[in-house]
Ligand binder design. Structure first.
Ligand SMILES: [Zn+2]
Length: 298
């Protein structure tokens, strides 16, 4: 009996089947695939500005999202060994989930899945639009944040409650809902402000570390992984730089429940949507871990 439908990957063609840098993957933080880098900078610009009237739309499993392109928000990512100076603009936010406990994230961390995963989808501003960038080899960067259900969460992600409440209004496919409550994106991210610098920081300059009075030992901040990958829905384009935070954020069961009511269409029937793709082979990719890094958040 088919209770839940989600991803019928047998119908996916092209790169989804033949690609060698497909996402998601199981991110192992030990082993030969991992190359640790100690100096990394992730700059999130204008992320503290809330989305004043967030609109969520349900266009089926690849189109359940909140568009965020009205307010310009930018991401840059630099490391001491890779001078990627690309500037990425935030386009949209969406979520992945599954009805079973502690499954639903797309990325696994050391063999373990989590309950949900948010994707902040950005595109390279050297291209005029998301639609153009989506077809370029250096077009996209996606930030992944995992969430795990805790019986007694350490912190309450109020923004997740808001997204859940919005989700209740777009249960049916091809529906849209606009909230009058502002959505704070920082409420869906790790508490980066605790580790933020007051101005953008060039990690390749050691004297900046001294100027900021910081030592590597003092930076006990959440780690993230950086790796090349793909879209996790067709056409599975292999033009995504992934930034995935390794520590899942705590949510409650109540916060996940609204997503389990979301419907999509399968064989002309409305069925519950589950939309997490299984981990794909890593092949010859290297996962870079940012063990010590710097944030700039405004
Ligand atoms: Zn996604």
């Amino acid at each position: 009996m088919l209770n839940h439908i989600f991803i019928d990957e047998s119908t996916w063609g092209g790169l989804c089947n033949t690609g060698r840098r497909q996402s998601p993957v199981d991110i192992l933080t030990r082993g030969e695939e991992v190359q640790t880098i100690r100096s990394f900078s992730l700059n999130l610009t204008n992320f503290k500005t809330p989305e004043s009237k967030p609109t969520i739309k349900n266009n089926g499993h690849s189109g359940f999202q909140i568009d965020l392109d009205r307010t310009p928000r930018y991401v840059t990512l630099t490391s001491s060994v890779d001078s990627n100076s690309a500037k990425y603009k935030l386009q949209q936010l969406h979520f992945h989930w599954n009805s079973k406990l502690h499954t639903g994230s797309e990325h696994f961390i050391n063999g373990a899945s989590s309950d949900m995963e948010a994707h902040f989808v950005t595109y390279n501003t050297k291209y005029p639009s998301f639609a153009v960038a989506a077809n370029q080899p250096d077009g996209l960067l996606v930030i992944g944040v995992l969430y795990r259900i805790h019986a007694i969460p350490l912190t309450k992600l109020r923004a997740m409650t808001l997204v859940g409440n919005m989700t209740r209004n777009v249960i049916s496919k091809d529906s849209t809902y606009t909230s009058s409550e502002p959505l704070y994106l920082t409420g869906l991210l790790p508490d980066l402000s605790r580790y933020s610098l007051s101005k953008p920081f060039n990690p390749s300059l050691l004297h900046d570390i001294i100027a900021h009075g910081m030592s590597f030992q003092s930076l006990n901040s959440p780690d993230f992984a950086v790796l090349p990958g793909s879209l996790t829905t067709p056409p599975c384009s292999e033009n995504v730089i992934w930034v995935v935070f390794l520590d899942p954020l705590p949510i409650t069961l109540q916060q996940k429940l609204p997503f389990l009511d979301v419907r999509t269409e399968y064989n002309n029937k409305e069925v519950p949507m589950e939309n997490n793709r299984a981990p794909q082979p890593l092949y010859d990719r290297t996962i870079t871990l940012a063990k010590s890094y710097y944030f700039y958040l405004d």
